[in-house]
Design a protein around this ligand. Sequence first.
Ligand SMILES: [Zn+2]
Length: 106
Amino acid sequence: MKREHHTGVPGPVTLGDLASAGKLLWCWCSACGRERDLEPASLPLPMTYPVPDVGTRMVCSACGSRKVRTAPELYPGGIVAQRARWGVSTATPPPKPLSASDHSPT
Ligand SMILES: [Zn+2]
């Protein structure tokens, strides 16, 4: 079931890929539109975890929705730094990881 595209990148990007590239994890709540960036290493997830799946382990700290999408960093230094450049304040707390007991074994 492994589909590989000939893009030079086998499989999905993982947290470890972000960490080694010095990139942040971009998190976006599709319910309320909040977005924040998190340090990949700060998450209680294995570094081999695929970035698109991290969102299934997150809950929005603003509205409590679990419709959190995750992707590799969109903006250099993260959305907070980007908004600072735009002159928009961001006082939103980031989505928080679910408890470790919520992780299903692989
Ligand atoms: Zn939300």
